[in-house]
Structures are given as C-alpha cells and as structure tokens.
Design a protein around this ligand. Sequence first.
Ligand code: ADP
Length: 320
Amino acid sequence: MLKKIGVLTSGGDAPGMNAAIRAVVRKAIYHNIEVYGIRYGYQGLMEGNIKKMDLGSVGDIIHRGGTILATARSQEFKTEEGQQRAIEQLNKWGIEGLVVIGGDGSFRGAQKLTSRGFPCIGVPGTIDNDIPGTDFTIGFDTSLNTVLEAIDKVRDTATSHERTYIIETMGRNAGDLALWAGLAGGAESIIIPEVDEEFSNIIHRLERSRERGKRHSIIVLAEGVGNAFEFSERIKKETGIETRVTVLGYIQRGGSPTAQDRVLASRLGARAVELLIENKSDRMVGIRNNEIVDNDIDDILSGKHHLNKGMYNLSKELSI
Ligand code: ADP
C-alpha cells in the first residue's frame, strides 16, 4: 500500500500548475496517502526543502497563476551526484512516488529518477503546448487567451491608424500559441517554425491586401521563427511598409488560469496519483480527444509534438 508521495513543479511556471498541485494533494489525501510538497523543483528536492501538505495547504489556490511550490532550474540535478542526493532525500522522508509537474526538461529529470528505481509520474505543465502525448498542456489555454486579448487590443489601434502590426508570441520551438491565437484573432499572417513559408509569400499577401484597399494588418509571429524587430526591418527594406512590433513576453505566463486549464489540471493531477497507486512509473498523463491517457515518458521524450496543420491551412483560407 502506497503511503507517502511527493509533488514538485519544475522548469517554467504555467497557469494551472496550482490547480494541478491541489488535485494531487486532495486526491492523495482522499485515498489516505500523505503528500509532501517539494519547493523549488529538483533543486529543493536535493536540498531537502520538503514539507508535509494537508487539505488546507492547497486551499484558495485553484484560481491563482504561478506555482505555490515555486520552481527552479537546477544544473546540479543533471549530475549523477545531484540525482543521488535527490534519491537520498526521498528515502529519508519515506516518499515512495513522485509527481513532477513541468515540461520536457522536467521529464528528463523524472526519467533519471525512474532509471534509479524511483517511481515518477509526469504532468505536462507549460504554456508552449510542445509536449507529445497530449493534445493540450496545462497553461496553454490561459496563455492563448492572454495573447488573444492582446491581439484584439492591437487590432483597435491597427484599424485606427491603418498600420501593419507584428505580434511576437512565446512558444519556444512550437507554433501552437501563435497559430491558435492568430486564428482566433483573425490575423492576416501567422508565422510559425513548423511551416517554412517563403518570405516573398508573406510580402505578396501584405501587398495584395493593400491593393484591395486594406490599410491594416496583423501578423502573429512565433518566437521560434526569430525576432519580430528583425522581421519588421526586413519588411520595411523590401516593401517600404512600416510595421509596428509588440513583443508580448512574460505576461503570457501569468494570470488566473482559465476554466479549461483548471479542469485539465484537476483531471491530470488526480490521474497521476491514481497511476502511482496502481504501482505505475515512468508515465506521463495527458489528454487525447477529451479522454485522460498516459504514455511512457521515454516515448514522450523521443517523440515529437505535432502542430495541427489543418488549422494552419484554415487560417490561410480565412485570411485571403
Ligand atoms: P521544462 O521542464 O519547463 O522544460 P527545463 O528544461 O529548464 O524546464 O528543465 C527543468 C529542470 O529539469 C532542469 O533545471 C533540470 O534540473 C532538470 N533536467 C532537465 N534536463 C535534465 C536531464 N537531462 N537530466 C536530469 N535533469 C534534467
């Protein structure tokens, strides 16, 4: 019988991580399992920054962005000695399984612990939506809505001043944020790393829409493609068209999680605890077609996240 589990958040924070922590803690306590919160990710784990959690420790956090357990990046944990230190702490506290909420880097860490015989379950939490094995990651929907709100606001100015605006989104090497927000916000062009579009095509579209009398347009550019200011310069050089740049930055990581993210986090967090109860390890929970699934972390880490190309094509058709 499983008696004690631990939970940590690691890597970049994402809205909805708190809802996931809450689900892990409450689901475990529901099954009479003690839960230990580990602060500052793997760094805190190595240092024994560990505290027993109760029902109250996750009260009033479901609507809050960030993570109450705090997060960190740790170089030391990447070393054998660091991982050994982490295992020693887990043993010292009598923790028998660990829920890791984070992105792919965090799952690599979890993989190291499982290879040393310690059971870990991954919960995907990142605004980038760049993890295979799940349609959505926790935080993506909130971030998407933040970007959309920004696009709507910039659109007001774009139409008033008849200008072209470039909005740069986060997403690391994934274009999901830019694509979903661009489609939802009616952007004229969406530029993402997954699609190698000729620069001349983008220019052509811009010029064509000018010819038919359109005086403003919105281009959404994913950070994985490059820098929006350089892109703006290039457009100016080749067409003479002045563009204005808005780099959204860290506002995309904050804020109260949307209903979608809270529900997703609650379902995934609870399922992670169930898997530990079932003696499973090295699995990552995810959502596929609105069903909660779990996959081997090794497969997740060697797999590739696929962006919805159909949606990209649709965005093109709708922005002619
Ligand atoms: P994310 O989980 O958001 O992708 P990072 O890539 O920064 O964030 O990873 C978070 C942490 O996971 C790192 O700081 C490190 O402690 C741990 N980690 C990442 N890669 C490895 C690895 N190959 N081996 C062990 N630990 C790792």
